[in-house]
Design a protein around this ligand. Sequence first.
Ligand code: GLU
Length: 310
Amino acid sequence: MTAMAAILDRITAAMAREIDRGRVADYIPELSKVDPRHFGIAVATADGRVISAGEAARPFSIQSVSKVFTLSLALECLGEACWQRVGREPSGDPFNSIVQLESDNGIPRNPLINAGAIVVSDILLAGRGPDDAVAAILAFMRRITEDDSIEIDSAVASSERKTGFRNRALAHFMRAAGTVTHDPEQTLAVYFRQCAIAMTCEQLALAGRIFAFAGRIGPTGETIITPARARRVNSLMLTCGHYDGSGQFAFDVGLPGKSGVGGGILAIAPGKASIAVWSPGLNTVGNSQLGTMALEMLARETGWSVFGEG
Ligand code: GLU
């Protein structure tokens, strides 16, 4: 057994002993059906391997982890002009907060909160309909994982479409402010489906390689995004990837990371590895409770924190 496999087995065994696993998100009814006992972890390393433990081959709803991939695509489509419609500062507010938008003239603080990600979906809608924009997102996910089996969970997508009233409020407010430029329902038709992409930890770790290896699918693989873009998405993940828990995540784990309310977290050790973890129970700020603990353990055992060892 390799050293990494032994670390992942230790982490998985430690997480199995945890009694308080957080609370599964229930504001999207379909997500509330997921059993909180699931746990999986996968690491895609610089030597091209994927090492995993637990339920790393079971698909889950990636939800907001999708935001780092749609941002990468939008930057490829629109380049720096994206930053006229969305900022780059931590929000310090919950993921679906409405309160900042009015004082900030309808420009979301960053692309990793809901309002910012809805703007990114709107950018991806330019010149095409929602079905084509979603197809482009799915094609991108399949390309970077080299896996054509990735699909959208239509039950999760329609569950969110029926109940996504706060996201509707955000999108309509931004349409009034001009940050969203299409019919808000069309923009949300992209956003709800991108959030409902289902992936396994192994697939998500593979997808994150573009951020770990300067835009490439592995250290010597095909270049998908420029090194500068990969570096910038990493910086946004570090400062904004966990909503109003971003500071705590940097303090505990010390890696760029993006969480989703499905309980997944993608974490990046630049130049070393892309890591995906999944445990559906969330902490009070909506980030995977055991996922964060597992990553803290991994960062400590590997010395991968971007802030140093120890
Ligand atoms: N689809 C979810 C929402 O917009 C994503 C939130 C998250 O994963 O943090 O409410």
